[in-house]
Design a binder for this molecule. Structure first.
Ligand SMILES: [Mg+2]
Length: 228
């Protein structure tokens, strides 16, 4: 097989991420202790706040902390003090301090892929936070390059392919998010592989296209070694 350019997503493709946000959310719901709203209803309100803020503040645990704080201020049924607000911020801050939990099969598969193809980590979010996670994952040696963008839209895909002089027909995006990894890559004329993850963030889930020559689905990251 001719050398392919593989753009590989990070969060929930190479390592666990959203599960920590989900746990933080559960902790937040306990702390809020709302008398009427079920966790799902609190989640809907937080989703609204996140959607409103993402264009201005982007992704990452700091933005999540800001959103939780707004959610708390909107829903708290009791008078609260500064230390309550501080507690909410800390729930989000702890996300950053989890050890990096590399998904089973990822390391061996990257070792296989990097010997044959050109690998670039392509992730969105807060640059410093993403690069720190990458460093702590010790997956660095498998990648030829790293790109952190604010939003993975079609324009971002066109930009990286052009700048790094990748051939679109031989460039694949690999990731767990239909919204950020699959649709915009296909729109930019690239190919894509969907690697499902059960804890994918609700705001990333949209319908997938039908499988085709340009769009494949695998069951897990390790299956990539059969494709490439
Ligand atoms: Mg992801």
């Amino acid at each position: 097989m001719e050398t392919q350019y593989l753009l590989i997503d990070a969060d929930d493709t190479l390592w666990e991420n959203n599960v920590y946000f989900e746990r933080a959310f559960d902790e937040f719901v306990d702390f809020l202790g709302h008398s009427r709203l079920a966790p799902d209803e609190v989640r809907e309100i937080l989703d609204e706040i996140e959607l409103d803020n993402v264009a201005q503040h982007g992704y990452g645990s700091k933005s999540f902390g800001r959103n939780l704080l707004q959610c708390f201020e909107r829903l708290a049924e009791r008078t609260y003090a500064d230390h309550d607000l501080e507690n909410v911020i800390q729930i989000a801050d702890r996300i950053m301090h989890h050890p990096i939990d590399v998904i089973v099969g990822v390391r061996d598969t990257l070792e296989y892929l990097t010997a044959r193809h050109h690998l670039t980590l392509f992730t969105k979010g807060h640059s410093e936070e993403q690069l720190l996670k990458f460093e702590r994952s010790s997956l660095g040696p498998y990648f030829h390059g790293v790109e952190v963008v604010r939003e993975k839209d079609a324009a971002a895909y066109r930009e990286i392919v052009e700048r790094a002089q990748m051939t679109p027909e031989r460039t694949w995006m690999v990731g767990n998010s239909p919204k950020s990894d699959i649709h915009p890559a296909l729109e930019a004329g690239l190919r894509a592989v969907f690697v499902p993850h059960q804890h994918t963030w609700s705001l990333e889930i949209v319908d997938l296209p039908a499988p085709s020559e340009r769009f494949h689905m695998v069951d897990c990251f390790a299956d990539l070694s059969r494709m490439f």
